[in-house]
Design a protein around this ligand. Structure first.
Ligand code: SGN
Ligand code: CA
Length: 533
């Protein structure tokens, strides 16, 4: 009798173990880590191009997963992009058409659906879309743009100020949650959101010296005169020489500006620097002065004889030194997280996404900032690792958008996406299956005008070959770029008779896209009427 009982126990145990390994094969829902930095240009990720900086940790996501070479946004500016990511909708539907318009808080955001489905959800860093996140169990987010040094955070229960360098602090908060507060029995959705490398580009102390001594290659269009394009490019206030703050951006001391007779570029030029340094501790300020003091002294010597071209070159180098210095810390933070996933064996069932809220100009066309439908701001980095699903070292040149993230994550987690989301899941692409992906054009719409940087309102259509954009509000101008022949987008071909057929076809397609995505002239006018109210 005893033998039989023992035997049946062994059989049961065997069956159970068989069952549980069967379960393993079915796989539990994947964890998702969404890493997004602010204004991180793809030109500054070595997986895309290594002419400016090495980002070995971010690159790992691509070498162990997929790199998207044609990922783009629907509206190249911070809060609208974030609201689009969260809702899976174009800006005219979620309401956050620019950094100032209110988000329609009745909209469903995808973390809510994850929370309802039993995921644990957490968010650390810069959210910046005007509201606290919904559907997040635990969050610590920067108020608005946040600060680079000793930042304040809004949390589920009040505000805290944390001493340190923002990028490192955000990494520490994320790691602390991963290591100490996460329920290891549940799948998770984690947002790890960097402020860096947003303006005014303050690197971590440990990177000051290395980056301030570097010289970076200049882009071919640094001295662009904007001929060949319409009034929007000419009137935009994004030129490094003309529109960057001397103190706030190039990090001249206000007294050095006075001594050299340099006029502030904006009303907040000196204030941006003074206010940033006010937040520093004495030690932090000392470390800053040790490196930025000699740079100011050196500039005093060379400034009086500098030509305008030399000033542009100097300002471009200053810009790159600080911008890329900020990215060095982001890359280190990503490395810390990836190493931890390795150590804990969490790799297997975790999707990691690295992206930015939009692209950015690193001196192309003489510019900084973003906003335009032109490539450097329209495109955004996107690297995805999904072990066992996505082939390591693969690339996709499909035109995917930030609009697609919500549906992609829901699809990966097996959660039903609401019918009114407007993107498409890129899970098939991640599986290496392009067969059903039939998108051949994307829609873009930028609204924030008149405003900082003065980039005119425009909407447009982008295909692999062409870009057609309509600038409106105080102008009525169309631009067409031949992306194959003119990748730097220097010549508007709209009035070239040789492109008449292309123009007609794109007009038709653009009208179709406006209908498909429920955008219209009535809405354009409505947003104009509401602007500034
Ligand atoms: C700040 C910056 C701008 C930037 C906007 C929007 N000026 O106002 O250069 O375009 O943010 O950026 S600053 O002198 O205050 O830094 S966004 O990423 O939030 O859209
Ligand atoms: Ca941004």
């Amino acid at each position: 009798m005893r033998t039989i009982a023992l035997l049946s126990f062994v059989v049961l145990a065997f069956l159970l173990s068989g069952c549980s390994s069967g379960k393993k094969n079915q796989k539990s829902p994947p964890n998702i880590i969404f890493i997004m930095s602010d204004d991180h240009a793809y030109q500054a990720i070595s997986a895309y191009s290594d002419h400016l900086i090495q980002t070995p940790n971010i690159d790992r996501i691509a070498s162990e997963g997929m790199l998207f070479s044609n990922a783009c946004v629907t509206n190249s500016i911070c809060a609208p992009s974030r609201a689009t990511i969260l809702t899976g909708k174009h800006c005219h539907l979620h309401g956050k058409i620019d950094n100032h318009f209110p988000f329609d808080t009745t909209q469903v955001t995808f973390p809510q659906l994850f929370q309802e489905a039993g995921y644990q959800t957490a968010m650390f860093g810069k959210l910046h879309f005007g509201n606290n996140p919904k559907g997040i169990d635990e969050f610590k987010i920067l108020p608005g743009q946040g600060q680079y040094y000793n930042p304040d955070f809004i949390t589920n229960d009040g505000k805290v100020r944390i001493e340190g360098y923002t990028t490192d602090v955000i990494t520490e908060l994320t790691m602390d949650w991963m290591k100490n507060r996460r329920d290891t029995e549940k799948p998770f959705l984690l947002f790890y959101l960097h402020k860096a490398p947003h303006r005014n580009w303050l690197p971590a102390e440990r990177h000051y010296r290395e980056y301030i001594n570097k010289t970076f290659p200049e882009p071919a269009t640094l001295f662009d005169d904007y001929s060949g394009r319409g009034s929007a490019a000419k009137e935009a206030e994004m030129n490094i020489l003309v529109h960057q703050n001397w103190a706030g951006d190039s990090k001249l001391y206000p007294e050095v500006m006075d001594e050299l007779g340099i006029e502030p570029v904006s009303s907040w030029d000196k204030g941006a620097m003074i206010n940033a340094l006010k937040r520093f501790t004495d030690e932090q300020r000392e470390a800053w002065n040790e490196v930025y003091g000699p740079m100011n002294e050196e500039f005093k010597k060379i400034y009086p004889t500098m030509t305008e071209k030399e000033k542009m070159r100097w300002r471009y180098q200053r810009y790159m030194q600080d911008y890329l210095g900020c990215i060095a810390s982001v890359d280190e933070g990503v490395g810390t997280l990836l190493d931890y996933l390795d150590e804990e064996g969490l790799n297997e069932n975790t999707i990691i996404v690295y992206t930015s809220d939009q692209g950015f100009y690193l001196g192309e066309h003489g510019w900084f900032d973003k906003r335009f439908i032109y490539d450097e701001s329209f495109k955004t980095p996107l690297l995805v690792r999904w072990p066992g699903v996505t082939e390591a070292g693969s690339t996709s040149d499909q035109m995917v958008q930030n609009l697609d993230f919500a549906q992609t994550f829901l699809d990966a987690a097996g959660i039903k996406a609401p019918e009114d989301m407007q993107g498409e899941s890129i899970v098939p692409l991640l599986k290496g299956d392009d067969a059903q992906w039939d998108r051949d054009a994307v829609y873009y719409h930028y609204y924030e005008y008149p405003s900082e940087h003065m980039v005119k309102r425009h909407y447009g259509i982008v295909t692999r070959e062409y870009k057609l954009a309509h600038f409106y509000y105080d102008v009525d101008e169309w631009e067409l770029y031949d992306r194959m022949k003119d990748p730097m987008e220097l010549k508007n071909e709209y009035d070239n008779p040789g492109y008449a057929e292309v123009v007609a076809e794109l007009h038709e397609k653009l009208a179709e896209l406006r209908v498909k995505y429920l955008d219209s002239e009535e809405l354009d006018q409505q947003f104009i009427d509401m602007y500034g109210q």
